[in-house]
Design a protein around this ligand. Structure first.
Ligand code: ADP
Length: 436
């Protein structure tokens, strides 16, 4: 590119010079200040050697002076003599040989006057190119370095929020669940912070309920054991006790052991249901038969308090249920209706269905549940009146187990209760079971 530009400039300058050589009649006069100035100008400006050769190959003018008066044997000049203008790149010397044929035209024909020979040195061009290449290389290196530093700084800046969040998560993962993820307001980490907050509060909830459960279980299991110990100690400490008192104490001890056994049985049932993916053995079950069987079993207990046990069946209902688990759930509800009832009271169980659900209600004329306790009674170990629950052999786990079973069947349970008037539990379960 640079070489071509140089050639173009020289060729236009040489054309001017050629015209002046002819117009100044230089070949005949041999002297012209205009020509001399022009030649000097070209040679200095383009750092080139200029020779003017006449038709006899005599070098008339040489800007390097050394060849003036000599015969030119330059192949380019000779070629120009023969063929006209020549431009030749001399790779060895890194220069361009440029020869222009000078001739005049008149009526007699063309008169060949000589050759204008210019040697253009390209060393400076090469230097410029080298210089440019070097500058370009330096620029690239600097750009690369700036790029590297900028990306390092940028990456550090972008990663900083993740680092901070990562450190907080690591700290929490080490067991410091009470710690919060600091609110940093970084856009980059907002996406992970929000779900992590939810996960953390879920973990906290689980941890709290685990601790509460363990302490409740320990407390519940300890109560009968404490009673047994007190009873047994009394027997040991008193000598010569009458046989009836022994019998009475031993009966109490057996009752406490039975209670302990009940709690453990309920706990095991609940833990089994709590496990994820507990298999449900779903069958098409005749619900009318199932409820009749449950009431038949519980009738003797109801009879003890002269409680009337009624079953209202609105239609035959066949539903997809796990027979054992559903029996346990309904039994719990009816048992409670008897346990928390009044003397000569009643319990009504009804069964109905529409095209989608079956509805089982268990209503009683019992003591009712205070408004403030109604949201709690499905919680494990929650009892409105601990003493009464204990008297009737309650563990506080029955309703929790019942609700678990109903939920496993994709159903729900609601309650309506008024103190001293009675309670109604309404269970709604889909007739067709679909695994979710
Ligand atoms: P429990 O083994 O104590 O009966 P549940 O989980 O079955 O435990 O019931 C929890 C508590 O809810 C009971 O202790 C009782 O206070 C109250 N409760 C349950 N059913 C009834 C009902 N039909 N009438 C009045 N209170 C009830």
């Amino acid at each position: 590119m640079l070489v071509n530009m140089r050639i173009e400039k020289i060729s236009s300058q040489s054309l001017i010079l050629k015209n002046h050589l002819i117009s100044e009649n230089y070949y005949n006069t041999g002297e012209s200040s205009i020509i001399s100035t022009e030649i000097d100008h070209i040679s200095t400006l383009y750092d080139c050697r200029v020779e003017i050769i006449d038709s006899n190959l005599n070098i008339v003018k040489d800007t390097y002076v050394i060849d003036e008066g000599k015969i030119s044997v330059n192949p380019t000049v000779i070629q120009c003599f023969r063929q006209g203008n020549v431009t030749d790149y001399n790779r060895e010397d890194n220069c361009i040989d440029y020869a222009v044929s000078i001739s005049t035209e008149n009526e007699e024909g063309t008169t060949f006057l000589g050759v204008l020979y210019i040697v253009i040195d390209l060393t400076d061009v090469e230097l410029v190119v080298d210089d440019l290449m070097e500058t370009l290389y330096m620029c690239s290196v600097i750009c690369l370095l700036i790029g590297l530093v900028a990306s390092y700084v940028f990456a550090g800046h972008v990663l900083q929020p993740f680092k901070t969040v990562g450190e907080s998560i690591r700290h929490i993962a080490e067991g410091n669940l009470e710690d919060e993820l600091p609110q940093q307001g970084y856009k980059e980490t907002a996406e992970i912070e929000e779900p992590f907050h939810r996960l953390l509060s879920r973990l906290k909830q689980l941890e709290e309920s685990r601790q509460e459960f363990v302490s409740n279980v320990s407390h519940e299991l300890k109560t009968p054991i404490t009673s047994i110990k007190v009873l047994a100690d009394s027997l040991l400490l008193q000598e010569d006790l009458p046989a009836e008192l022994y019998r009475e104490f031993m009966t109490d001890i057996v009752a406490e052991i039975d209670r302990e056994n009940e709690i453990i049985t309920d706990l095991l049932a609940m833990v089994k249901l709590d496990k994820n993916n507990v298999p449900l053995n779903i069958d098409k079950i005749n619900m009318n038969n199932m409820i009749e069987l449950i009431l038949k079993r519980l009738r003797p207990i109801a009879a003890k308090q002269n409680i009337e046990l009624v079953f209202e069946s609105f239609r035959p209902v066949i539903a997809d249920v796990d027979e054992v688990k559903m029996t346990m759930a309904i039994t719990n509800l009816v048992e409670n209706a008897i346990k928390y009832n009044v003397l000569d009271g009643w319990v009504r169980v009804s069964l109905n269905a529409d095209h989608k659900y079956m509805y089982i209600t268990v209503a009683d004329s019992g003591i009712g549940i205070p408004q403030e306790s109604q949201t709690m009674i499905f919680e494990r170990f929650y009892r409105v009146d601990k003493a009464r629950s204990r008297e009737t052999g309650g563990t506080g786990l029955g309703l929790s187990i019942t609700r678990n079973i109903i939920v496993m069947h994709n159903g729900d349970v609601k309650l309506h209760s008024r103190e001293n008037e009675g309670t109604t539990f309404t269970v709604r379960i889909p007739l067709n079971y679909v695994k979710q």
